[in-house]
Design a protein around this ligand. Structure first.
Ligand code: SAM
Length: 236
């Protein structure tokens, strides 16, 4: 991967950036995404945010090497604290856990008052993001799931709006599996949830052999409920 050739995962994230918008890529690491988006004329300019000094310095070097210092600004800081309210029209956050992405959005709510498009790519726990979006009145307008190098990635796109606009009646199930993804049920989706089911059933088997406690029974019931929800979608 480099600034000319992104991974399929990051290229899919970029494909949802509104044309000619100013973007912020939070947790940018090597700054491949903002450099690529600006180079291709997709983003008009970009801020690359990084909280860790090492990746911050490598992002700076990448931008200098690509001669994009006029268009891509690299800033050191935690989450959305690197941007001012209203400064960007689109925010990308990719390659972290869903819980961390949701906590970055929660801590930086005051930076979202101009309602930028959010393009979020959690490595795990997309449910935490869907839940945050719903609780904070963001409309999940699209989702993707894809496989690359034997890993499965989800991408969530949101804009400020009706938080239940794309959900139907079974919200718990849709928060877990994704309202768009569970309708499309592509091969990556089926693979992901079969893997999860396999893992959960193993955990449940181990729990069955452990000493019974109230807490364990509750965990078992929660797990059984999740297994049921996923099986209903995979084998309707
Ligand atoms: N976004 C790139 C991608 O998807 O390929 C890099 C992903 S990398 C695994 C995660 C990056 O997020 C790391 O460089 C880490 O330092 C950064 N990060 C983690 N928490 C952060 C936070 N609260 N604010 C800014 N950056 C953060």
């Amino acid at each position: 991967m480099n600034i000319q050739q992104l991974s399929k995962r990051l290229e899919t994230v970029v494909s949802y950036i509104p044309k000619q918008s100013k973007i912020a890529d939070i947790g940018s690491d090597h700054a491949y995404l903002p450099c690529y988006a600006v180079n291709k004329g997709i983003a008009s300019s970009a801020i690359a945010g990084e909280v860790v000094k090492g990746p911050f310095l490598s992002a700076k070097k990448q931008v200098e090497d690509a001669q994009l210092t006029q268009e891509v600004e690299v800033r050191l800081g935690n989450g959305l604290e690197v941007i001012a309210p209203g400064e960007v029209e689109c925010i990308t956050i990719a390659g972290m856990g869903g819980t961390l992405i949701a906590s970055i959005l929660e801590a930086g709510k005051d930076k979202l008052t101009n309602e930028p498009r959010l393009i979020l790519q959690p490595n795990v726990s997309a449910k935490s993001i869907r839940t945050w979006l719903m609780d904070n009145e963001w409309d999940l307008i699209g989702e993707e799931i894809l496989e690359e190098d034997d890993k499965l990635y989800e991408i969530l796109i949101a804009e400020k709006g009706n938080p239940k606009g794309h959900y139907s009646k079974d919200i718990e199930k849709e928060l877990l599996l994704g309202p768009f993804l569970m309708k499309e049920k592509n091969s990556a989706f089926i693979k992901k949830w079969n893997q999860e089911l396999h893992q959960w059933k193993n955990i449940l088997n181990n729990m069955e052999r452990a000493e019974k406690t109230e807490a364990l029974e509750q965990r078992k019931n929660e797990l059984k409920e999740k297994i049921k929800m996923v099986e209903e979608v995979l084998n309707p």
